[in-house]
Write a protein that binds this ligand. Structure first.
Ligand SMILES: *[C@@H]1O[C@H](CO)[C@@H](O)[C@H](O)[C@H]1NC(C)=O
Ligand SMILES: *[C@@H]1O[C@H](CO)[C@@H](O)[C@H](O)[C@H]1NC(C)=O
Ligand SMILES: *[C@@H]1O[C@H](CO)[C@@H](O)[C@H](O)[C@H]1NC(C)=O
Length: 428
């Protein structure tokens, strides 16, 4: 059973260096806030502020591919690599020949690491270690091990190398940044992905957006728009009209580096099901996971809702744990959506009014290769996620998702992610 992958870091827990101020709409950071010009009109979510921002087209889908990838050109001379996008982790790494121990099949030849090693006492290295008092066995290099939630792992060495970046204003820059040279990977069969590496979109020090903003090349803001038709795009930089998005604060108190939005209420078909526990957004996971209590409530509600309808449980379909068959095989989610009601997650925003994250049937159902309609929300307790609810790619489809690390806000709005925005040639 392929349950898709979860890119959430579980074993490396570090003390967050982000301030725990609950800045709301950046009031506490007014100086840094880029004001939206009054009267500025735009037909898309994106302002025509093309300066310090980057856009990468994304390929892939939730099912059957199970991940989304971007192409980056890295190294001297630069070579292209396909990277899995993961907002649940920070470090960008490539499978490499250092020499290699275990690597999976890759679409491109393995990365040959640069000899510009990041030393062990570098803050970037410190941010990859399980505790602050780590020991440097090799002072001149940074060894790390990352274990992801779906039991795949990577061991590697941190190096600096050149990334060739096309900024949206047409300028191409060679930017030196740290990346992982992963020479020993373990991929369980359930999360096999034939990619060259992983692109960490998290908010920790090592993520590319933190490094780009540290070099003054972009604001520390990440966005993604993943299309239900497959594909989409990701952005680096503050290019969104904040007035057109719904925002809720990130939690930073729990030392979490993840994009977590705190306690939320679950709403099934317009009715509140009570408090759901903490909610985390993770583009590295193709499906959504509810904790045991929320999952149980969802299954019971769906059973009741569907009992009088002409879709029946299909126990012989092992695509995911729960599937239903109709009178005839379904080809598209749109053919099955009439049997299902929308879900929503409502964030309380610390008393500043609710922020509702809508999950229409298209954002929690898939059509299996057998023509059944299947539930793209899985039992997180079964895979060891404890209390957490994890919003995966499926529930973020056709939404502009923005992670504003400077204001510590998570924003979203419905969007047509097939239409890649065009930037006008203006600089800031
Ligand atoms: C990754 O993206 C490229 C296009 O940039 C595409 O050709 C390739 O099929 C994708 N890989 C996977 C495994 O989806
Ligand atoms: C960047 O721009 C160059 C020149 O226009 C182009 O050849 C290249 O494919 C672009 N790279 C990416 C990753 O889009
Ligand atoms: C979810 O997983 C937990 C832990 O494995 C299990 O106890 C529980 O019964 C599962 N819930 C459902 C509805 O399957």
């Amino acid at each position: 059973m392929k349950i898709g992958k979860v890119g959430l870091l579980v074993f490396i827990v570090l003390v967050s260096s982000w301030s725990s101020s609950s800045a709301w709409f950046g009031d506490k950071h007014k100086k840094e806030r880029k004001s939206i010009l009054p009267g500025e009109t735009t037909s898309s979510w994106v302002l025509n502020r093309a300066g310090s921002s980057l856009l990468f087209q994304v390929h892939g889908n939730v099912y059957p591919v199970g991940f989304y990838n971007v192409t980056m050109n890295i190294g001297q001379p630069p070579r292209p690599y396909f990277l899995d996008i993961d907002s649940g982790s920070d470090l960008t790494w490539l499978q490499c020949d250092a020499p290699r121990v275990r690597c999976s099949e890759t679409p491109h030849p393995l990365y040959q690491p640069s000899n510009d090693l990041v030393p062990c006492n570098d803050p970037l290295c410190a941010s990859l270690q399980p505790s602050e008092n780590y020991e440097c066995q090799h002072p001149d290099q940074c060894d790390y091990e990352i274990n992801y939630a779906d039991h795949y792992s990577t061991i590697g060495v941190l190096v600096r190398d050149v990334f060739i970046l096309n900024f949206t204003n047409g300028i191409q820059l060679k930017v030196r940044m740290a990346l992982g040279c992963g020479y020993d990977q373990i991929f369980p069969a359930s999360s096999y992905h034939p990619l060259d590496g992983l692109l960490g979109l998290g908010r920790g020090k090592t993520s590319l957006i933190s490094q780009l903003s540290g070099q003054g090349l972009a604001r520390n803001v990440v966005g993604h728009c993943l299309s239900a038709q497959g594909g989409g795009y990701i952005t680096f930089g503050d290019v969104y009209d904040s007035s057109r998005l719904i925002w809720t604060p990130m939690i930073s108190k729990d030392h979490s580096k993840h994009y977590s939005a705190g306690e939320a209420e679950l709403i099934f078909g317009g009715k509140s099901m009570g408090v759901a526990g903490p909610v985390t957004f993770d583009s590295g996971s193709s499906y959504t996971y509810f904790n045991s209590k929320a999952y149980q409530a969802l299954i019971s509600w769906l059973k009741k809702e569907l009992s009088k309808k002409s879709v029946k449980e299909a126990r012989d379909d092992l695509t995911v744990p729960v599937c239903w068959h109709g009178k005839r095989p379904f080809k598209r989610v749109s053919e099955a959506r009439k049997y299902f009601k929308p879900l929503a997650i409502s964030f309380t925003r610390g008393g500043k009014g609710e922020a509702k994250f809508e999950i229409p049937p298209e954002a929690y159902l898939i059509i299996s290769t057998k023509g059944n309609v299947c539930l793209g929300i899985l039992n997180g307790s079964e895979v060891g996620m404890g209390d957490m609810n994890l919003i995966g790619d499926i529930s973020m489809l056709d939404k502009m998702m923005v992670f504003h690390n400077e204001k510590q806000l998570i924003g979203w709005a419905p969007a047509n992610c097939d239409r890649v925005p065009k930037f006008r040639d203006v600089s800031i």
